[in-house]
Design a protein around this ligand. Structure first.
Ligand code: OAD
Length: 231
């Protein structure tokens, strides 16, 4: 078995038209993280937070997966030498729309979490402080089902277990600055798993990878997948 573990970040969705977080025109230049991506920010001003994610959810309906998403879906569905696991930090659904299944460690834009019954529900429209939970039917208890700063990402045990059963770790379109995902390259190295970084450009984490392929994901990931599937 030669399992492949793929970690994706905002860069894989950039060519679909979704802004990354840390670019000069990125989301965190225009919005304060502490206002829209922390539990405290939500307590202080839930309307602002609902509106921030409403805007993202509306935008999601206007974009489509790009060549990199389709290439990974092709690998996911056709790789015969082992299992391909795709873990994404992204809250969009572009891996799924391209035909792959991804583990969303930072939550999903089209889900809301109920602070009353703790259940997650599918949510494709705008949400507000008046929204009603589809499970417990209580009003005003929903928040975006997104992992905010200071919160524990989802599926960590499952993710680490898949990573440690892999022979190749690939990080695509992530700046490698947000933990725990940023630490996976070190975990892979410690377990003698080969590591590959694919990014538009070198990152602060590049030095930790065995190899790097730099350029736009649409092209680099497509070419890399073709090579893997030919082998
Ligand atoms: P970042 O915005 O930090 O990094 C995006 C990376 O994508 C950068 O390293 C870019 O060089 C690269 N990139 C941009 N365009 C690309 C392209 N066309 N092809 C390939 N690479 C490209 O986004 P993430 O690393 O995903 O968390 O950020 C990690 C987490 O920080 C996010 O999940 C989010 C954020 O705060 C939460 O909201 C909890």
């Amino acid at each position: 078995m030669k399992n492949i573990f793929i970690l994706t970040g905002a860069g894989i969705s950039a060519e679909s038209g979704i802004a990354t977080f840390r670019a000069e025109d990125g989301l965190w230049e225009k919005h304060k993280v502490e206002d829209v991506a922390t539990p405290d920010g939500f307590r202080r001003n839930p309307e602002l937070v609902h509106n921030f994610y409403n805007e993202r959810r509306r935008q999601l309906k206007t974009v489509t997966p790009n060549a990199a998403h389709f290439a990974l879906a092709k690998l996911y569905n056709n790789y015969s030498q082992g299992i391909v696991t795709i873990v994404t930090q992204n809250i969009d659904d572009l891996h799924e729309r391209a035909g792959a299944t991804a583990i969303h460690m930072h939550g999903e834009l089209e889900k809301m979490l109920c602070l009353n019954c703790r259940k997650s529900c599918l949510w494709q429209e705008d949400s507000s402080i008046e929204s009603i939970c589809t499970n417990c039917e209580k009003r005003g208890v929903l928040r975006p089902d997104i992992v905010w700063f200071g919160e524990m990402p989802y599926f960590l045990a499952e993710i680490e277990s898949c990573l440690l059963k892999s022979s190749l770790f690939v990080a695509i379109g992530t700046s490698g600055l947000v933990y725990p995902a940023a630490g996976y390259v070190q975990l892979a190295r410690a377990a003698k798993i080969k590591t590959l970084e694919m990014n538009l450009e070198k990152t602060a984490a590049s030095q930790f990878f065995d190899a790097g392929i730099y350029g736009k994901a649409g092209q680099t990931v497509t070419e890399w997948v073709e090579e893997i599937l030919i082998k």
